[in-house]
Design a protein around this ligand. Structure first.
Ligand code: CU
Length: 66
């Protein structure tokens, strides 16, 4: 399980972009997003590094919190 604080994720559009970015790295990864707290929790994958990079490449700023 990895968890990011993504403060520039502010709406459903952002959440959709991030969900797609994660799926592009590992389609089996489970993504849970809470927009009000800007948290993104990802489980079921061991590609943490690549997923973090993909979220950055999508234009967001993931801060690893777990
Ligand atoms: Cu947005």
């Amino acid at each position: 399980m990895i968890e990011f604080q993504v403060n520039d994720m502010t709406c459903g559009h952002c959440a959709g972009v991030i969900t797609k970015a994660v799926a592009s790295i590992d389609a089996a990864a489970k993504v849970e997003i809470d927009i009000p707290t800007h948290r993104v929790r990802i489980s079921g994958t061991d590609k943490q590094q690549a997923i973090e990079a993909a979220i950055s490449d999508a234009g967001y700023t993931p801060e690893r919190i777990a």
